[in-house]
Design a protein around this ligand. Structure first.
Ligand code: UD1
Ligand code: MG
Length: 471
């Protein structure tokens, strides 16, 4: 059966009090509307149409980025959900039309599929997704007759006292027969408290025509929660966090403190990985089997191999090889690639740099635009001077190199395989393979200087005592 999806995303989202349109607020890896589109993706609809209105430019640009196949229809004035669907419904749409509120991000693909299956199997004119909730305030209510069948849907503000006591609510997710929807939309009016065309009135209209309409009750009412303000957004975020963490734990990931572990829906984590407290895994991040991540780690679009360990670190657009060791207190910036069993230690920052297998940068270093070969050891406090104020240049360090403490590399510069540098060297010329590079002033000791130039100080006294003891 042919399917068309219409996503309603023209509303203002006033209560978010935000410069960012409500639909674009991020929620663990996707925008609100992005979650809704993801839930609808498995329906394999011929067309997906989003109705945009408020800050339409921003919403359209976002949709183009995340789902280029989605078409948009501009609703200049938000005259209601019925009006929105009326202008979006293609003249030639047939089969099933699925309408989704754009602000119901926890809606699961399986729940949506079950709604559509129930609707198509029953050959219904329209089917609404409903849920039984503890607090129905502000939502449309499902009004059933004595036979238990849906009679109509009433908005809270138009409801009688008796109807307000109903706890079965309209989730704002529907399946319609395209032709019957088209007919019913033509007869909508705005005779209600808000003076808007209500999509929900289609149900009453179809019932009046003697058509079969259905109610599909969601197994999990949380999936139907909408988002209207930032407190609700935070609540949705914690619910989604728990869902993602539970799924991963069931798949064999150890999460030691689920309450402080925030993993985007887009992230993959392998079996027997261990996630320690206060860890965020975002975007296109992947963690391989048996790796230990955390505590206090943020990984953004970062790929971690198997059996790696990352402790108290922040990484973005980086690759961490199998068995590599990162942190504590490391910062991996975009373009960092760490080879197998390499190490990036404490207070080390890497940018656009790669370390070969087994190479170590254990302490207090910055490497920018640098390539290091295999099994090299970068001493404590090494720095690359990769930027001269106008251009950036590369530093190339070979394999089995040992640089001593406090070496500075003035790029562009190349260090050959097996070379050494002396402590405190400023290396601005290439070092041949196997050479020791020494680039610092030689030390001279001016004997007796303190006694002459700092007479009467504690230092002079200490020096005098030391001389006596040596006699
Ligand atoms: C709607 C339903 C209500 C249901 C609730 C679930 C109607 C009349 N009421 O109420 O029964 O319980 O959703 O959350 O449909 N929108 C447009 N154009 C418009 C108006 C709205 O695109 O002219 C979009 C909004 O951006 C939003 C969705 O439609 O994504 C729902 O609109 P909203 O104003 O939030 O409706 P509710 O009052 O929540
Ligand atoms: Mg709403």
């Amino acid at each position: 059966m042919s399917r068309t999806v219409i996503v309603l995303a023209a509303g203002e989202g006033k209560r978010m009090k935000s410069a960012l349109p409500k639909m674009l607020h991020p929620l663990l890896g996707r925008s609100l509307v992005g979650h809704v589109l993801a839930a609808a993706a498995p329906l394999a609809a011929a067309r997906v149409i989003a109705v945009v209105g408020n800050r339409a430019d921003q919403v359209t640009a976002h949709l183009t980025e995340i789902a280029p196949a989605v078409e948009t229809v501009l609703q200049e004035q938000q005259n209601g959900t019925g009006h929105a669907v009326r202008i979006a419904l293609p003249g030639d749409a047939d089969g099933t039309v699925i309408v989704l509120n754009g602000d119901v991000p926890l809606l699961g693909a399986a729940t949506l599929q079950a709604l559509v299956d129930a609707h198509e199997k029953a050959g219904a004119a329209a089917t609404v997704l409903a849920a039984e909730v503890a607090n129905p305030t502000g939502l449309g209510r499902i009004v059933r007759g004595t036979d238990g069948l849906l009679q109509h849907i009433v908005e809270e503000r138009d409801a009688t006292q008796e109807q307000r006591a109903i706890r079965e609510i309209n989730a704002g997710i529907y399946a319609f027969d395209a032709a019957l929807l088209r007919g019913a939309l033509g007869s909508l009016n705005a005779h209600n408290d808000q003076g808007e065309e209500y999509l929900t009135d289609v149900f009453g209209a179809l019932v009046a025509q003697g058509r079969a309409v259905g109610v599909h009750v969601a197994d999990d009412a949380d999936e139907t929660l909408g988002c209207n303000d930032r407190a609700e957004l935070a609540h949705l975020r914690s619910l989604l966090r728990d869902r993602i963490n539970t799924r991963l734990m069931r798949d064999g990931v150890t999460i030691n403190d689920p309450a402080t572990t925030w993993i985007d829906v887009t992230v993959n984590v392998g079996r027997d990985a261990v996630i320690e407290p206060n860890t965020q895994l975002k975007g296109a991040t992947e963690v391989g089997e048996g790796s230990v991540i955390g505590p206090d780690v943020t990984l953004i679009d970062t790929v971690v191999g198997e059996g790696a360990k990352v402790v108290r670190a922040h990484a973005e657009l980086a690759e961490i090889g199998d068995g590599a060791n990162v942190g504590p207190f490391a910062y991996l910036r975009p373009g960092t690639t760490l080879g197998r069993k390499s190490k990036v230690g404490t207070f080390v920052e890497l940018k656009n740099s790669s370390l070969g297998e087994g190479t170590k940068v254990p302490h207090l270093s910055y490497l920018g635009d640098t390539t290091v070969g295999e099994q090299s050891n970068i001493g404590a406090g090494n720095l690359t001077a990769n930027y001269n104020g106008t251009t950036k240049s590369r530093t190339t360090i070979g394999s089995h190199v040992k640089t001593s403490c406090d070496t500075t590399f003035v790029a562009p510069v190349t260090i050959g395989d097996g070379a050494y540098t002396a402590a405190g060297s400023v290396i601005d010329k290439d070092v041949p393979a196997g050479a020791l590079a020494v680039a610092r002033a030689h030390q001279r000791n001016i004997e007796g200087w303190v006694a002459r130039a700092r007479a009467g100080t504690a230092a002079a006294e200490a020096a005098k005592n030391a001389a006596k003891e040596a006699e």
